[in-house]
Design a protein around this ligand. Structure first.
Ligand code: TRP
Length: 457
Protein backbone atom coordinates (compact mmCIF):
# COMPACT_ATOMS: atom_id res chain seq x y z
CA UNK A 1 0.00 0.00 0.00
CA UNK A 2 1.24 3.44 -0.82
CA UNK A 3 1.71 5.97 1.91
CA UNK A 4 -1.01 8.02 0.36
CA UNK A 5 -3.53 5.28 1.03
CA UNK A 6 -2.58 5.32 4.69
CA UNK A 7 -5.21 7.15 6.63
CA UNK A 8 -6.88 8.28 3.40
CA UNK A 9 -10.28 8.09 5.08
CA UNK A 10 -9.49 10.50 7.93
CA UNK A 11 -9.37 10.34 11.74
CA UNK A 12 -12.12 10.89 14.31
CA UNK A 13 -12.12 14.39 15.78
CA UNK A 14 -11.35 13.01 19.26
CA UNK A 15 -11.31 9.87 21.37
CA UNK A 16 -14.84 10.78 22.41
CA UNK A 17 -16.04 10.54 18.81
CA UNK A 18 -14.51 7.07 18.57
CA UNK A 19 -16.33 6.08 21.76
CA UNK A 20 -19.63 7.37 20.38
CA UNK A 21 -19.07 5.65 17.01
CA UNK A 22 -18.09 2.31 18.53
CA UNK A 23 -20.95 2.49 21.01
CA UNK A 24 -23.26 3.37 18.13
CA UNK A 25 -22.06 0.29 16.29
CA UNK A 26 -22.43 -1.94 19.33
CA UNK A 27 -25.80 -0.67 20.52
CA UNK A 28 -28.39 -1.87 18.03
CA UNK A 29 -31.06 -4.44 17.37
CA UNK A 30 -28.87 -6.88 19.32
CA UNK A 31 -29.48 -4.90 22.53
CA UNK A 32 -33.00 -3.64 22.00
CA UNK A 33 -34.60 -6.57 20.20
CA UNK A 34 -32.50 -9.70 20.61
CA UNK A 35 -31.15 -9.42 24.17
CA UNK A 36 -34.55 -9.04 25.89
CA UNK A 37 -36.21 -11.92 24.07
CA UNK A 38 -33.25 -14.29 24.31
CA UNK A 39 -32.81 -13.46 28.03
CA UNK A 40 -36.57 -13.98 28.33
CA UNK A 41 -36.54 -17.38 26.71
CA UNK A 42 -33.61 -18.57 28.85
CA UNK A 43 -35.27 -17.51 32.08
CA UNK A 44 -33.53 -14.20 32.91
CA UNK A 45 -31.05 -13.76 35.81
CA UNK A 46 -28.47 -16.50 35.36
CA UNK A 47 -28.36 -15.94 31.59
CA UNK A 48 -27.81 -12.21 32.08
CA UNK A 49 -24.94 -12.86 34.46
CA UNK A 50 -23.22 -15.23 32.02
CA UNK A 51 -23.76 -12.73 29.19
CA UNK A 52 -22.06 -9.98 31.20
CA UNK A 53 -19.16 -12.26 32.15
CA UNK A 54 -18.71 -13.15 28.46
CA UNK A 55 -18.63 -9.48 27.50
CA UNK A 56 -15.91 -8.81 30.04
CA UNK A 57 -13.75 -11.93 29.59
CA UNK A 58 -14.12 -12.63 25.86
CA UNK A 59 -15.66 -9.55 24.26
CA UNK A 60 -13.36 -6.91 25.74
CA UNK A 61 -10.05 -8.68 24.93
CA UNK A 62 -11.12 -9.47 21.34
CA UNK A 63 -12.43 -5.95 20.83
CA UNK A 64 -9.07 -4.56 21.94
CA UNK A 65 -7.36 -6.80 19.39
CA UNK A 66 -9.68 -5.56 16.64
CA UNK A 67 -9.14 -1.89 17.46
CA UNK A 68 -5.39 -2.52 17.60
CA UNK A 69 -5.36 -4.15 14.16
CA UNK A 70 -7.34 -1.26 12.71
CA UNK A 71 -5.20 1.48 14.20
CA UNK A 72 -2.01 -0.34 13.22
CA UNK A 73 -3.15 -0.50 9.57
CA UNK A 74 -5.16 2.73 9.24
CA UNK A 75 -7.04 1.26 6.27
CA UNK A 76 -10.05 -0.91 5.54
CA UNK A 77 -10.05 -4.26 7.40
CA UNK A 78 -8.90 -6.10 4.26
CA UNK A 79 -5.86 -3.90 3.67
CA UNK A 80 -5.06 -3.45 7.38
CA UNK A 81 -5.01 -7.24 7.73
CA UNK A 82 -2.97 -7.67 4.57
CA UNK A 83 -0.35 -5.25 5.86
CA UNK A 84 -0.22 -6.71 9.36
CA UNK A 85 0.23 -10.18 7.86
CA UNK A 86 3.03 -9.02 5.58
CA UNK A 87 4.76 -7.03 8.34
CA UNK A 88 4.68 -10.10 10.60
CA UNK A 89 6.11 -12.39 7.89
CA UNK A 90 3.23 -14.77 8.48
CA UNK A 91 1.42 -17.07 6.03
CA UNK A 92 -0.78 -15.07 3.70
CA UNK A 93 -3.87 -17.14 4.59
CA UNK A 94 -4.38 -14.95 7.67
CA UNK A 95 -5.48 -12.08 5.48
CA UNK A 96 -8.71 -13.90 4.66
CA UNK A 97 -9.95 -12.68 8.04
CA UNK A 98 -10.47 -9.32 6.37
CA UNK A 99 -12.41 -10.79 3.45
CA UNK A 100 -14.53 -12.92 5.72
CA UNK A 101 -15.41 -9.81 7.68
CA UNK A 102 -16.41 -7.64 4.72
CA UNK A 103 -18.62 -10.43 3.38
CA UNK A 104 -20.23 -11.05 6.78
CA UNK A 105 -20.87 -7.32 7.12
CA UNK A 106 -22.80 -7.14 3.87
CA UNK A 107 -24.76 -10.28 4.73
CA UNK A 108 -25.72 -8.90 8.15
CA UNK A 109 -26.56 -5.48 6.71
CA UNK A 110 -28.90 -7.11 4.17
CA UNK A 111 -31.22 -8.57 6.81
CA UNK A 112 -30.54 -5.92 9.46
CA UNK A 113 -32.10 -3.32 7.13
CA UNK A 114 -35.28 -5.39 6.82
CA UNK A 115 -35.73 -5.80 10.59
CA UNK A 116 -34.86 -2.14 11.19
CA UNK A 117 -37.57 -1.42 8.60
CA UNK A 118 -40.10 -3.08 10.91
CA UNK A 119 -39.18 -0.56 13.61
CA UNK A 120 -39.74 2.30 11.14
CA UNK A 121 -43.14 0.88 10.23
CA UNK A 122 -44.06 0.64 13.91
CA UNK A 123 -43.25 4.33 14.44
CA UNK A 124 -46.04 5.05 11.96
CA UNK A 125 -48.42 2.41 13.36
CA UNK A 126 -47.96 3.78 16.88
CA UNK A 127 -48.41 7.38 15.73
CA UNK A 128 -51.60 6.49 13.83
CA UNK A 129 -53.02 4.79 16.93
CA UNK A 130 -53.49 1.42 15.18
CA UNK A 131 -52.70 -0.35 18.42
CA UNK A 132 -55.04 1.60 20.71
CA UNK A 133 -56.61 -0.91 23.11
CA UNK A 134 -55.14 -3.82 21.14
CA UNK A 135 -55.13 -7.36 22.50
CA UNK A 136 -52.58 -10.06 21.71
CA UNK A 137 -54.49 -11.43 18.76
CA UNK A 138 -54.96 -8.06 17.13
CA UNK A 139 -51.29 -7.16 17.63
CA UNK A 140 -50.23 -10.47 16.11
CA UNK A 141 -52.49 -9.80 13.12
CA UNK A 142 -51.02 -6.32 12.63
CA UNK A 143 -47.53 -7.78 12.74
CA UNK A 144 -48.33 -10.39 10.09
CA UNK A 145 -49.99 -7.74 7.93
CA UNK A 146 -46.59 -6.11 7.81
CA UNK A 147 -44.40 -9.17 7.29
CA UNK A 148 -46.74 -10.66 4.69
CA UNK A 149 -46.59 -7.56 2.52
CA UNK A 150 -43.35 -7.59 0.47
CA UNK A 151 -43.82 -4.13 -1.00
CA UNK A 152 -44.28 -2.56 2.42
CA UNK A 153 -41.14 -4.34 3.67
CA UNK A 154 -39.15 -3.25 0.61
CA UNK A 155 -40.26 0.33 1.03
CA UNK A 156 -38.96 0.49 4.62
CA UNK A 157 -35.82 -1.48 3.82
CA UNK A 158 -35.05 1.00 1.04
CA UNK A 159 -35.69 4.02 3.27
CA UNK A 160 -33.48 2.56 5.99
CA UNK A 161 -30.59 1.84 3.61
CA UNK A 162 -31.03 5.32 2.16
CA UNK A 163 -30.52 6.76 5.64
CA UNK A 164 -27.33 4.72 6.00
CA UNK A 165 -25.99 5.79 2.61
CA UNK A 166 -26.70 9.39 3.58
CA UNK A 167 -24.47 9.17 6.64
CA UNK A 168 -21.65 7.09 5.15
CA UNK A 169 -21.48 9.40 2.12
CA UNK A 170 -20.37 12.25 4.39
CA UNK A 171 -17.12 10.46 5.26
CA UNK A 172 -15.48 9.72 8.58
CA UNK A 173 -15.61 13.18 10.18
CA UNK A 174 -18.59 14.91 8.62
CA UNK A 175 -20.72 11.83 8.02
CA UNK A 176 -20.16 9.08 10.56
CA UNK A 177 -18.58 11.29 13.22
CA UNK A 178 -21.19 14.06 13.18
CA UNK A 179 -24.05 11.56 13.03
CA UNK A 180 -22.96 9.59 16.08
CA UNK A 181 -22.16 12.74 18.05
CA UNK A 182 -25.80 13.75 17.71
CA UNK A 183 -27.50 10.34 17.67
CA UNK A 184 -25.83 8.68 20.63
CA UNK A 185 -26.54 11.37 23.27
CA UNK A 186 -30.10 11.52 21.88
CA UNK A 187 -30.40 7.77 22.24
CA UNK A 188 -29.23 7.89 25.86
CA UNK A 189 -31.64 10.69 26.75
CA UNK A 190 -34.57 8.85 25.13
CA UNK A 191 -33.62 5.63 26.86
CA UNK A 192 -33.46 7.32 30.26
CA UNK A 193 -36.85 8.91 29.55
CA UNK A 194 -38.22 5.45 28.75
CA UNK A 195 -36.70 4.12 31.96
CA UNK A 196 -38.43 6.84 33.97
CA UNK A 197 -41.74 6.02 32.29
CA UNK A 198 -41.23 2.32 32.97
CA UNK A 199 -40.47 2.96 36.65
CA UNK A 200 -43.55 5.17 37.04
CA UNK A 201 -46.04 3.20 34.96
CA UNK A 202 -44.69 -0.30 34.55
CA UNK A 203 -44.03 -3.22 36.84
CA UNK A 204 -40.41 -2.32 37.50
CA UNK A 205 -39.81 -4.62 40.46
CA UNK A 206 -40.95 -7.67 38.49
CA UNK A 207 -38.61 -6.70 35.64
CA UNK A 208 -35.73 -6.19 38.09
CA UNK A 209 -36.28 -9.61 39.69
CA UNK A 210 -36.58 -11.24 36.31
CA UNK A 211 -33.26 -9.87 35.07
CA UNK A 212 -31.25 -10.04 38.28
CA UNK A 213 -32.56 -12.89 40.44
CA UNK A 214 -29.94 -15.48 39.60
CA UNK A 215 -31.08 -19.09 39.63
CA UNK A 216 -28.43 -21.36 38.20
CA UNK A 217 -30.72 -24.38 38.11
CA UNK A 218 -32.28 -23.07 34.91
CA UNK A 219 -28.94 -22.51 33.22
CA UNK A 220 -28.07 -25.05 30.55
CA UNK A 221 -24.83 -25.41 28.57
CA UNK A 222 -26.74 -24.29 25.55
CA UNK A 223 -27.79 -21.06 27.30
CA UNK A 224 -24.15 -20.36 28.08
CA UNK A 225 -23.31 -20.72 24.40
CA UNK A 226 -26.18 -18.45 23.40
CA UNK A 227 -24.93 -15.85 25.87
CA UNK A 228 -21.46 -15.95 24.34
CA UNK A 229 -22.82 -15.63 20.81
CA UNK A 230 -24.97 -12.70 21.80
CA UNK A 231 -22.04 -11.01 23.54
CA UNK A 232 -20.16 -11.24 20.25
CA UNK A 233 -22.97 -9.91 18.12
CA UNK A 234 -23.81 -7.08 20.46
CA UNK A 235 -20.22 -5.80 20.61
CA UNK A 236 -20.01 -5.89 16.77
CA UNK A 237 -17.05 -8.24 16.94
CA UNK A 238 -15.56 -10.58 14.40
CA UNK A 239 -16.29 -8.84 11.12
CA UNK A 240 -14.32 -5.62 10.94
CA UNK A 241 -16.77 -2.92 12.05
CA UNK A 242 -14.62 -2.25 15.07
CA UNK A 243 -11.42 -2.71 13.06
CA UNK A 244 -12.53 -0.09 10.54
CA UNK A 245 -13.48 2.31 13.33
CA UNK A 246 -10.16 1.59 15.05
CA UNK A 247 -8.40 2.69 11.86
CA UNK A 248 -9.77 6.21 12.46
CA UNK A 249 -8.85 6.33 16.15
CA UNK A 250 -6.44 9.04 17.33
CA UNK A 251 -2.97 7.59 17.95
CA UNK A 252 -2.71 8.79 21.55
CA UNK A 253 -5.95 7.26 22.86
CA UNK A 254 -5.62 4.27 25.19
CA UNK A 255 -7.17 1.21 23.57
CA UNK A 256 -7.80 -0.72 26.81
CA UNK A 257 -9.62 2.07 28.63
CA UNK A 258 -11.59 3.12 25.58
CA UNK A 259 -12.80 -0.40 24.85
CA UNK A 260 -13.86 -0.85 28.49
CA UNK A 261 -15.99 2.28 28.24
CA UNK A 262 -17.65 1.07 25.03
CA UNK A 263 -18.39 -2.36 26.54
CA UNK A 264 -19.81 -0.69 29.65
CA UNK A 265 -22.12 1.55 27.60
CA UNK A 266 -23.24 -1.38 25.48
CA UNK A 267 -24.05 -3.56 28.50
CA UNK A 268 -25.82 -0.68 30.24
CA UNK A 269 -28.04 -0.12 27.22
CA UNK A 270 -28.92 -3.83 27.00
CA UNK A 271 -29.81 -3.94 30.71
CA UNK A 272 -31.81 -0.70 30.63
CA UNK A 273 -33.64 -1.80 27.46
CA UNK A 274 -34.41 -5.10 29.17
CA UNK A 275 -35.71 -3.33 32.30
CA UNK A 276 -37.86 -0.99 30.20
CA UNK A 277 -39.31 -3.71 27.99
CA UNK A 278 -40.05 -6.16 30.79
CA UNK A 279 -41.49 -3.48 33.12
CA UNK A 280 -43.90 -2.51 30.38
CA UNK A 281 -44.68 -6.06 29.27
CA UNK A 282 -45.21 -7.24 32.88
CA UNK A 283 -47.59 -4.35 33.56
CA UNK A 284 -50.09 -5.97 31.22
CA UNK A 285 -51.17 -9.33 32.49
CA UNK A 286 -51.08 -12.44 30.37
CA UNK A 287 -47.94 -11.74 28.36
CA UNK A 288 -45.10 -14.23 28.58
CA UNK A 289 -41.53 -12.92 28.77
CA UNK A 290 -40.48 -15.81 26.55
CA UNK A 291 -42.45 -14.51 23.57
CA UNK A 292 -39.47 -14.84 21.21
CA UNK A 293 -38.74 -12.40 18.38
CA UNK A 294 -42.34 -11.13 18.61
CA UNK A 295 -41.64 -9.68 22.07
CA UNK A 296 -40.87 -6.26 20.63
CA UNK A 297 -43.37 -6.25 17.79
CA UNK A 298 -46.35 -8.02 19.40
CA UNK A 299 -46.18 -8.17 23.22
CA UNK A 300 -44.74 -4.71 23.72
CA UNK A 301 -47.18 -2.93 21.36
CA UNK A 302 -50.10 -4.56 23.22
CA UNK A 303 -48.79 -3.03 26.43
CA UNK A 304 -48.29 0.38 24.77
CA UNK A 305 -51.82 0.26 23.40
CA UNK A 306 -53.25 -0.13 26.90
CA UNK A 307 -51.10 2.15 29.06
CA UNK A 308 -51.55 5.82 29.95
CA UNK A 309 -49.84 7.85 27.22
CA UNK A 310 -48.66 4.53 25.81
CA UNK A 311 -49.08 5.38 22.14
CA UNK A 312 -46.84 8.44 22.39
CA UNK A 313 -44.29 6.47 24.40
CA UNK A 314 -44.54 3.76 21.75
CA UNK A 315 -43.61 6.28 19.06
CA UNK A 316 -40.58 7.38 21.09
CA UNK A 317 -39.63 3.75 21.73
CA UNK A 318 -39.59 2.74 18.07
CA UNK A 319 -37.71 5.92 17.10
CA UNK A 320 -35.15 4.87 19.70
CA UNK A 321 -34.88 1.38 18.18
CA UNK A 322 -34.53 2.87 14.69
CA UNK A 323 -31.72 5.19 15.83
CA UNK A 324 -29.91 2.32 17.52
CA UNK A 325 -30.21 0.22 14.35
CA UNK A 326 -29.12 3.14 12.15
CA UNK A 327 -25.91 3.85 14.07
CA UNK A 328 -25.09 0.11 13.88
CA UNK A 329 -25.88 -0.34 10.21
CA UNK A 330 -23.49 2.43 9.16
CA UNK A 331 -20.71 0.43 10.81
CA UNK A 332 -21.69 -2.61 8.75
CA UNK A 333 -21.38 -0.57 5.55
CA UNK A 334 -18.25 1.49 6.27
CA UNK A 335 -15.61 -1.31 6.18
CA UNK A 336 -16.69 -2.41 2.70
CA UNK A 337 -16.91 1.19 1.47
CA UNK A 338 -13.40 1.94 2.73
CA UNK A 339 -12.11 -1.18 1.00
CA UNK A 340 -13.79 -0.46 -2.35
CA UNK A 341 -12.42 3.09 -2.31
CA UNK A 342 -8.89 1.79 -1.71
CA UNK A 343 -9.08 -1.09 -4.15
CA UNK A 344 -10.79 0.56 -7.11
CA UNK A 345 -9.74 4.16 -6.52
CA UNK A 346 -13.32 5.30 -6.74
CA UNK A 347 -15.08 7.99 -4.73
CA UNK A 348 -16.84 7.43 -1.44
CA UNK A 349 -20.30 8.11 -2.84
CA UNK A 350 -19.98 5.66 -5.72
CA UNK A 351 -18.57 2.94 -3.46
CA UNK A 352 -21.32 3.61 -0.95
CA UNK A 353 -24.16 3.38 -3.46
CA UNK A 354 -22.76 0.25 -5.13
CA UNK A 355 -22.43 -1.61 -1.82
CA UNK A 356 -25.74 -0.47 -0.35
CA UNK A 357 -27.44 -1.62 -3.58
CA UNK A 358 -25.79 -4.99 -3.18
CA UNK A 359 -27.06 -5.27 0.40
CA UNK A 360 -30.48 -4.11 -0.81
CA UNK A 361 -30.66 -6.80 -3.51
CA UNK A 362 -29.54 -9.50 -1.11
CA UNK A 363 -32.08 -8.17 1.38
CA UNK A 364 -34.88 -9.05 -1.00
CA UNK A 365 -34.19 -12.69 -0.09
CA UNK A 366 -34.95 -11.83 3.55
CA UNK A 367 -38.04 -9.84 2.57
CA UNK A 368 -39.48 -12.75 0.59
CA UNK A 369 -38.61 -15.30 3.28
CA UNK A 370 -41.42 -13.79 5.38
CA UNK A 371 -44.06 -14.07 2.67
CA UNK A 372 -43.93 -15.48 -0.86
CA UNK A 373 -40.89 -17.66 -0.16
CA UNK A 374 -41.76 -18.58 3.44
CA UNK A 375 -42.14 -22.22 2.45
CA UNK A 376 -38.92 -22.39 0.50
CA UNK A 377 -36.60 -23.92 3.05
CA UNK A 378 -33.37 -25.85 2.94
CA UNK A 379 -32.73 -28.03 6.00
CA UNK A 380 -35.52 -26.15 7.75
CA UNK A 381 -33.95 -22.75 7.07
CA UNK A 382 -35.66 -19.94 5.23
CA UNK A 383 -33.32 -17.57 3.43
CA UNK A 384 -33.37 -15.21 6.42
CA UNK A 385 -32.73 -18.00 8.95
CA UNK A 386 -29.86 -19.29 6.83
CA UNK A 387 -28.21 -15.88 6.59
CA UNK A 388 -28.69 -15.21 10.29
CA UNK A 389 -27.24 -18.61 11.16
CA UNK A 390 -24.35 -18.37 8.72
CA UNK A 391 -23.25 -14.96 9.96
CA UNK A 392 -23.85 -15.17 13.72
CA UNK A 393 -22.91 -18.79 14.26
CA UNK A 394 -20.23 -19.36 11.67
CA UNK A 395 -18.68 -16.24 10.17
CA UNK A 396 -18.46 -14.06 13.30
CA UNK A 397 -17.01 -16.76 15.58
CA UNK A 398 -14.49 -17.70 12.87
CA UNK A 399 -13.52 -14.06 12.37
CA UNK A 400 -13.21 -13.51 16.13
CA UNK A 401 -11.18 -16.68 16.59
CA UNK A 402 -8.87 -15.67 13.74
CA UNK A 403 -8.38 -12.20 15.20
CA UNK A 404 -7.64 -13.53 18.69
CA UNK A 405 -5.13 -16.10 17.41
CA UNK A 406 -3.51 -13.71 14.96
CA UNK A 407 -2.94 -10.91 17.46
CA UNK A 408 -2.21 -13.38 20.27
CA UNK A 409 0.33 -15.62 18.55
CA UNK A 410 1.22 -14.52 15.03
CA UNK A 411 1.50 -10.75 14.84
CA UNK A 412 4.95 -9.29 15.55
CA UNK A 413 5.23 -8.40 19.24
CA UNK A 414 6.58 -4.91 18.52
CA UNK A 415 3.55 -4.10 16.41
CA UNK A 416 1.25 -5.19 19.22
CA UNK A 417 3.12 -3.47 22.03
CA UNK A 418 3.50 -0.33 19.91
CA UNK A 419 -0.28 0.11 20.03
CA UNK A 420 -0.54 -0.86 23.70
CA UNK A 421 2.22 1.30 25.14
CA UNK A 422 -0.01 2.85 27.78
CA UNK A 423 -0.89 -0.49 29.35
CA UNK A 424 0.89 -1.66 32.54
CA UNK A 425 2.39 -5.12 32.97
CA UNK A 426 -0.45 -6.68 34.97
CA UNK A 427 -3.15 -5.47 32.61
CA UNK A 428 -1.09 -6.63 29.63
CA UNK A 429 -0.67 -10.08 31.18
CA UNK A 430 -4.38 -10.40 31.82
CA UNK A 431 -5.22 -9.28 28.32
CA UNK A 432 -2.81 -11.78 26.75
CA UNK A 433 -4.15 -14.60 28.88
CA UNK A 434 -7.71 -13.83 27.85
CA UNK A 435 -6.82 -13.28 24.20
CA UNK A 436 -4.51 -16.26 23.67
CA UNK A 437 -6.32 -18.92 25.69
CA UNK A 438 -9.66 -17.98 27.22
CA UNK A 439 -11.24 -16.38 24.15
CA UNK A 440 -10.11 -18.95 21.54
CA UNK A 441 -11.31 -21.89 23.63
CA UNK A 442 -14.64 -20.21 24.37
CA UNK A 443 -15.16 -19.11 20.78
CA UNK A 444 -14.25 -22.53 19.40
CA UNK A 445 -16.85 -24.10 21.66
CA UNK A 446 -19.55 -21.64 20.52
CA UNK A 447 -18.67 -22.53 16.99
CA UNK A 448 -18.76 -26.29 17.45
CA UNK A 449 -21.78 -26.32 19.77
CA UNK A 450 -23.70 -23.84 17.65
CA UNK A 451 -23.51 -26.17 14.70
CA UNK A 452 -24.04 -29.32 16.75
CA UNK A 453 -27.07 -27.75 18.38
CA UNK A 454 -28.67 -26.74 15.14
CA UNK A 455 -28.20 -29.92 13.18
CA UNK A 456 -27.87 -32.77 15.65
CA UNK A 457 -30.13 -31.99 18.61
N1 TRP B 1 -23.79 -4.80 17.34
C1 TRP B 1 -24.96 -4.47 16.59
C2 TRP B 1 -26.21 -4.86 17.37
O1 TRP B 1 -26.14 -5.25 18.49
C3 TRP B 1 -24.98 -5.10 15.23
C4 TRP B 1 -23.69 -5.02 14.50
C5 TRP B 1 -23.11 -3.91 13.95
C6 TRP B 1 -22.79 -6.08 14.29
N2 TRP B 1 -21.90 -4.22 13.41
C7 TRP B 1 -21.69 -5.56 13.60
C8 TRP B 1 -22.84 -7.42 14.62
C9 TRP B 1 -20.62 -6.38 13.27
C10 TRP B 1 -21.77 -8.24 14.27
C11 TRP B 1 -20.67 -7.73 13.62
O2 TRP B 1 -27.28 -4.77 16.86
Amino acid sequence: MSNQAKGMHGIWTSRWTFIMAATGSAVGLGNMWKFPYVAGSYGGGAFVLVYLVCILLIGVPVMMAEVLLGRQGRQSPINSMREAVAASDSPSGWRYIGWLGITAGLFILSFYAVIAGWALDYIVQMARGDLRGADGEMAAALFSNLTENPLRLILWQTIFLGLCVGVVAGGVKKGLGSAVEVLMPLLFVMLLGMLLYAILNGNFSAAWDFLFAVDFSSLTWRAVLEAMGLAFFTLSLGMGSIMAYGAYMPADASIGKTVLIVALFDSLVAIIAGLVIFSIVFSTTGIEPSAGPGLMFISLPVAFGNMPGGLLIGVVFFILVAIAAWSSAISLLEPAVAWLMEAKHIGRITANVVLASLAWALGLGTVFSFNIAADMTVAGFTFFDALDFLTANIMLPLGGLGIALFVGFVMKRELVSGQMSEMNGTAMGMWRLALCYLAPVAIASIFVMGIYDKFFL
